[in-house]
Design a protein around this ligand. Sequence first.
Ligand SMILES: Nc1ncnc2c1ncn2[C@@H]1O[C@H](COP(=O)(O)OP(=O)(O)OP(=O)(O)O)[C@@H](O)[C@H]1O
Length: 604
Amino acid sequence: MEFAAFAERAERLAAEPGDIETTRLVADLLAAAEGASETDDDSDDSDELATVARFLLGRVFPAHDTRTLDVGPALCREAIARAAGPNVTAADVEERLAEEGEIGAVAAGFEFGGQRGLAAFGEGRDRLTVAAVDAELRELAAAAGDGSESRKRDALFGLFNRCEAAEAKLLARLVLGEMRLGVGEGAVRDAIAEAFLAADGDGEAGGDEECDATPDSDADGPTLRAGDEAVGVVERALQVTNDYGRVAVLARDEGLGGLRGEELEVGRPVQAMLAQAGSATDAVEAFGEVAVETKFDGARVQVHYVPESGGEERDKLGPRIYSRNMDDVTDALPEVAEYVEARISDPVILDAEVVAVDDDGGPLPFQEVLRRFRRKHDVDRMREEVGLRLHAFDCLHADGRDLLDEPLRARHDRLVEALPDAAAGVEFADDPAAIEAAEAAALDAGHEGVMLKNPESAYTPGDRGRDWLKRKPDVETLDAVVVGAEWGEGRRAELFGTFLLAVRAGDGEFATIGKVATGLTDEALADLTERLEPHVVSEDGTEIGIRPEVVLEVGYEEIQTSPTYSSGYALRFPRFVGVREDKSVDGADSLERVARLAGDGDAE
Ligand SMILES: Nc1ncnc2c1ncn2[C@@H]1O[C@H](COP(=O)(O)OP(=O)(O)OP(=O)(O)O)[C@@H](O)[C@H]1O
């Protein structure tokens, strides 16, 4: 598929407000993608469909893949300037960005390259394809070491140079991860089912099995939509693989059977199962008997390990530790890897919390463990300074078997077998008083509270359902995204002093909810300024626009409705608690949650 054709369809998608129509357009686009190219590469990476599915979500690599393009806004502006010709500088691009507020529109506003000259002579353009853009971006991502920045700039320049307006808009947004197509993960999931798993008008279906298709009452034609079953199967395959590209290809080539056969792979992280707030009474009412575990106040990790003794056919995989964002943080936490390596004898995937501990082994606050996360330098020194302890609380895979669909009880037994020393204890209780006693004991021991889980529940990656409830006495905090800032005053004039906060409002959009300027030490301000400066997109007087990249935890007294901010809510007395290093903006709180906390909608 030509990149221009993809860009043209992307424009149509961005202009489409309706969910059903969006899904249909995505399904058409997926169905139009070509199959695998003739290469030796038997991975999905050479399949155009995989690329299209990922691009739609603003990704070059699958979510579990730790590779990144590592192209910042400045580098992108430089590449655009160079492709726009000798009279345009990066500062000109920046200026236009301040006016337009968005890099796609800026890129679309320039005339690029010598291509127009060729076209004028009727020679035609050397047209970009989706596959060529993907290949070039993958190569760019691999650039490392001395001169890598200029190689990336050259590669991007080369791509922009071959772009027409709509292509340039899409490319700029893709490399900076700001697609703004209004296409969420749910739409791509549904579209995969619609494109490949529902019988179409001619009775054809992708793969070896068909699913019940239900007539779409909103459409005027006889078109059929995928049934819920197919969507459920796609969702499940996405949970297990974490790769929209792979799942789209499987749906097309192998249908429901292929999707159902997908399994976890040690070394390929999955999303963490999440919890909602709930009380002891809620838990007893919902589950009868409740699995009560300590809620450790640390950072979530997923441990993957295939020991050498794991059987002839298995490739050994040294312990890998992934963060909640699925970043590989093994190098920052060497003692966790060593601990696992010394004790585990079968291949496993474990869900766990890493907690900072004092010299006596007592838990330290959450902020302490974050000093260890993601650290690339001084790991040994920090290892001396901040001790760590691993508490494993779930087992997703053991010795070649996926356990996601096993009940929690069985998974816990398997966990104890795999790593008895670090397995978190579980207590089964069916009366709220016993649960409250367990909570008091956990708090006394310095932990955050308790998790109340349904003992019969499966492990559903990425799901924030009602099978896991969290109970902690602290006042609620909100994990909000920084989307703007204002310069400080007086001795803090060189630093940002106030931060404009937003919550997720669906499809990659953010809605503002307040400003925080309290609770920030000079050190925290300096740190935040340094972190946020690379993400500045506009500056207008004292007001600074910031690309949503950094998540802050903020406390507040109350959430009120308010016309001041685009969410329709405002935080009363917001105060800075810390940076959520372990969260990407996708994990920030949503407008839906804010509405619930404010008392609009179902209580949490
Ligand atoms: N025994 C446990 N079982 C599950 N999660 C636990 C446990 N102990 C600590 N946790 C942590 O609690 C988190 C569950 O709360 P939630 O899913 O809402 O995440 P969160 O948004 O980080 O919330 P919070 O800020 O309350 O930790 C998990 O992500 C995990 O990091």
